[in-house]
Design a protein around this ligand. Structure first.
Ligand code: FRU
Length: 914
């Protein structure tokens, strides 16, 4: 059952109905009546079971219903006796029981609904007795014998006939309440029934069965037949009486409506009637039409009600559907509003993001444009710079030639003094180097920026190499280097540009000669490549000092200088690389430090890789003047050898030993020419020591303790700046002034942060007189300073007159005392420990060098320093502690005994004079 609401409600009550048989019209009418009435109670659930005339089935169904624990059970028992126990059990279980139509034998029920069957039987008996005039034969067609309706109707019928002895009962037939059963039984006993004047069938269905069977057997027999029920409708009792098929019928109402009304009253604890006896009457030809009219009316009304209810149910369903749709719509609307909100915000966010991205895009594009412009500006600037560089290089060539030509003549002059010859040779050599560098620069420029093409022609590379080798022979001999040409290729025909190839070979070989020591070996080797004969290899192998692995990858970059290949500009190898690639070949290097280097040039054989433009139209390589430059390179190499032989690296004192100079200078310079030049020039003024690199320089500085150090900045191994830092960190050398010589602007930049390390720096080319002036100035300043801080009693002799070991000792002693001047605990033991000497050694050395005791020396230095601090305006008390006196009083006494006045007066005088 459904309620009228939108939502199905849990039913409030459940009513179960157990029907003994549901197939006949009377029972169906009963069920319809119940349902019609129930439609007014939508919160009641109705459970229906049909036992189909079977006691057993009805018992089982009742048990099932009991287990369901309904709120009330209505039962119409099939037969009284078999059904009584189960109905009683239900009753005892506290479930209200309404018995309808038929009864149980115990009478245990809460209410009964139905007509009085005894009265119905009695009314039928009276009616027939009246119809027969108290005389005649009567037969009975009975219902199920155990059913209470059959028992009670029979009793009433027989009781009504008792006062009429003229009426005799001729036959009794059991029709079991069913039309077919009655027809069958009657058909079997037509002989008995033929004698009957009237028959009482216990219901209309059995009456109609009897009528049918008799009409068949005895057509037009005239036997009166009376039934029970008076149900309206075709084939039912009321209609049959109206059509005179039956003579009469006893009205037996189904009581369906009353059952439900009683049940509702019980469930709602309302007052109800236990015995609900429905009214009855006899219907025959006299009142049948009136009854029919009434029942038709009732049926029509009931149909209207059913129709109304159906419409109502449909409306409810429609309403419920509409509610559901409305709910869905409302929920959808809410979602739509929410989604619209979210979409709006995300659209807005997207729009803003897009705007931002667009802005960024614009900025990026603008930046890109700017970068492109800048790149183009840089390219233009670079181009301009390179053009300038090339032009300048060209400009250099003429003056260089004009310098070299007269020089050649002057050098040949035999009357030239030895020193002048040496200087002029130096000039010539460096002019040649400049000339060579200028040529290389111009070559690189032509190859890199002017898309220079090779002018290759077919030739024999072996013969060509041999010519080059010949020109290096004298150099090899001069340097005691084993130099040979090897050929391992059957075919030495190659397409190559002679001018460029000559440059390549000269560069590789000159490199090899530059870094290979005497007794070393250089091989120029020609070979086919291992895989096929399509390439030719030209190898230059040496047993020189080798190249560090870190440098190998950058070796062919222009201006790159390897750590231990500092002699040169870094142009030669990049030129070689350009030449190799112009020939569609490559150049590689293998090297091991201390063992040697192997350069391999691989060049394609044949001319398939060359265009017509690459091939030389007219051969004239050596007429270009390039050969002069390579020859000049050889000349440079020879000169280099000579100068190396004179002064090579290690520290050497080159001054004239006969002349004792007051001061000494250490020259640290890796370039032999420059080192030699400086040494020679400085030797006129100072005792000169030399070192070829920073490591040597440090050793020399510590050993000689020179008065000044002049060092190059750019040196192999340790830079001059690092060298200066190391010396300043060492107490022994910390006070030695240092002049750094720089060659480039970049060195100067490097020095800006380190200028506190060097006492001065000069940029090459420098004026020698200026160098001497700076050197003297620094030495004098240092001397003044030393004097300033040393004791009056301890005036050092000129340093150069002391043995270097003594100078070193005094320097160290002064440094330790100076460092600890504020320490009042400074004593002999401390000095011994820090100077690594015994007490006796210390006493003796100080006595012999300074002619005083150690304590006198310390005290003198303290007072000297105190004097300086007082002059600078420091308060007396602080000066006392700053100079290591245990108390101001003791300081005053000591100061007064030394300088004849107390420190306070000295301070006053000093401030008055300044
Ligand atoms: C229907 C019926 C009725 C009769 C009643 C007696 O099943 O046979 O015709 O009046 O039952 O219980």
């Amino acid at each position: 059952m459904q309620t009228c609401g939108l939502v199905e409600k849990e039913p409030t009550y459940r009513i179960a109905f157990s029907q003994c048989v549901g197939s006949d019209a009377w029972r169906q009418t009963m069920l319809e009546e119940m349902k019609r009435e129930l439609s007014f109670y939508p919160d009641i659930e109705f459970v229906y079971r049909d036992a189909d005339n079977s006691n057993k089935r009805q018992i089982d169904q009742l048990r099932e219903l009991l287990a369901m624990r309904p709120d009330l059970i209505i039962v119409s028992p099939n037969e009284a006796e078999p059904l009584t126990p189960v109905v009683d059990e239900i009753f005892r279980n506290g479930i209200p029981v309404i018995v309808t139509d038929r009864k149980t034998s115990s009478g245990l029920y809460h209410a009964y609904v139905g007509a009085d069957n005894y009265e119905i039987g009695f009314m039928a008996g009276q009616y027939l007795a009246r119809q027969l005039g108290g005389q005649g034969a009567i037969s009975e067609v009975m219902g199920l014998p155990g059913s209470s309706a059959a028992i009670e109707r029979q009793k009433g019928f027989h009781d009504a006939l008792k006062p009429h002895p003229g009426i005799r009962l001729v036959a009794q037939i059991n029709g079991r309440w069913l039309i077919d059963e009655a027809k069958l039984q009657v058909a079997q006993r037509t002989d008995d029934l033929a004698a009957s004047d009237a028959i009482f069938a216990y219901n209309d269905q059995m009456a109609l069965g009897t009528y049918g069977a008799l009409q068949q057997a005895l057509p037009g027999n005239g036997i009166k037949i009376v039934g029970v029920d008076a149900l309206p409708g075709d084939g039912n009792g009321l209609h049959s009486v109206a059509e005179k098929v039956l003579d009469a019928t006893m009205l037996y109402p189904t009581g369906g409506k009353e059952c439900i009304q009683t049940a509702v009253a019980i469930l709602n604890n309302q007052p109800y009637q236990r015995e609900n006896i429905l009214g009855t009457l006899v219907i025959d030809s006299a009142n049948v039409h009136l009854m029919k009219l009434q029942t038709d009316k009732v049926i029509s009304q009931q149909r209207d009600i059913d129709k109304q209810q159906r419409l109502l149910a449909e409306q409810e369903q429609l309403f419920s559907n509409q509610q559901r749709v409305l709910n869905i719509l409302v929920v959808s609307l809410v979602f739509a509003v929410v989604f619209a909100g979210v979409s709006f915000y995300s659209l807005k966010a997207n729009w803003e993001k897009n705007k931002q991205l667009e802005q960024q895009n614009h900025e990026i594009l603008a930046q890109q444009q700017r970068i492109l412009e800048m790149t183009s500006e840089v390219e233009q600037a670079t181009e301009a710079k390179i053009n300038f560089f090339t032009n300048i290089s060209h400009e250099f060539k003429t003056p260089l030639s004009l310098m070299l030509i007269p020089l050649e003549n002057i050098v040949k002059n035999e009357k030239l003094p030895e020193s002048a010859l040496r200087s002029l040779s130096l000039v010539k050599k460096n002019a040649l180097i400049l000339q060579h560098l200028v040529s290389q620069l111009i070559d690189l420029r032509r190859m890199g920026y002017e898309n220079l093409r090779i002018k290759a022609k077919k030739g024999n590379i072996l013969l060509f190499c041999n010519q080059v080798v010949q020109s290096f022979r004298p150099l090899a001999q001069q340097r005691s280097i084993s130099f040979r040409l090897e050929n391992k290729s059957a075919d030495t025909t190659l397409w190559f540009d002679e001018v460029l190839m000559e440059k390549l070979l000269y560069n590789l070989l000159s490199n090899a000669f530059k870094f290979t020591p005497p007794q070393g070996e250089i091989v120029l080797r020609i070979a086919s490549t291992a895989y096929d004969a399509k390439e030719l290899e030209i190898q230059v192998t040496d047993t020189g000092k080798g190249i560090a692995e870190a440098d190998i990858s950058r070796l062919f970059e222009p201006f790159y200088q390897a750590e231990n290949h500092t002699n040169g500009t870094g142009l030669g190898l990049s030129l070689c690389k350009e030449i190799a690639s112009l020939h569609h070949g490559s150049i590689t290097v293998r090297s091991e430090l201390g063992k040697g280097t192997e350069f391999t040039v691989r060049l394609p054989m044949g001319d398939a890789h060359l265009t017509e433009e690459d091939k030389a139209q007219s051969p004239a390589p050596h007429a270009s003047g390039e050969a002069n430059e390579t020859a000049s390179l050889l000349s440079v190499l020879e000169h280099e050898h000579e100068s190396d032989a004179h002064g090579n690296g290690t520290a050497t004192e080159i001054s004239n030993p006969d002349v004792v100079k007051d001061h000494s200078i250490l020259v640290v310079e890796d370039h032999p020419e420059m080192r030699r030049f400086l040494s020679e020039k400085l030797a006129a003024h100072f005792t000169v020591f030399t070192a070829a690199d920073a490591r040597e320089g440090i050793n020399q500085a510590q050993a000689q303790l020179p008065d000044l150090i002049i060092s190059d900045v750019l040196m192999p191994g340790l830079l001059g700046t690092e060298f200066a830092k190391k010396l300043k960190a060492d107490v022994r050398t910390a006070t030695i002034p240092i002049i750094l010589l720089t060659a480039r602007g970049s060195d100067e930049q490097m020095l800006t942060g380190l200028d506190t390390l060097a006492d001065a720096y000069l940029t090459k080319p420098f004026n020698f007189d200026h160098l001497i002036a700076v050197a003297n100035n620094l030495i004098q300043n240092r001397k003044l300073l030393r004097h300033h801080f040393s004791s009056d009693a301890v005036e050092l002799q000129p340093v150069s007159k002391l043995a270097s070991a003594d100078r070193q000792f005094l320097n160290e002693l002064a440094a330790v005392v100076e460092e600890n001047i504020a320490n009042s605990e400074l004593n002999v033991d401390y000095l011994c420990e820090h100077l690594a000497v015994s007490r006796i050694q210390l006493y003796r050395r100080v006595k012999s060098l300074l002619n005083c005791s150690i304590n006198d020396y310390i005290s003198a230095r303290r007072l000297r320093k105190a004097k300086v601090l007082l002059q600078q305006g420091m308060p007396v008390n602080i000066v006392a502690y700053q100079t290591g006196f245990s108390s101001p009083a003791y300081f005053s006494t000591a100061f007064k005994s030394k300088y004849g006045m107390p420190p306070s007066s000295f301070k006053k005088n000093a401030s008055a004079t300044t």
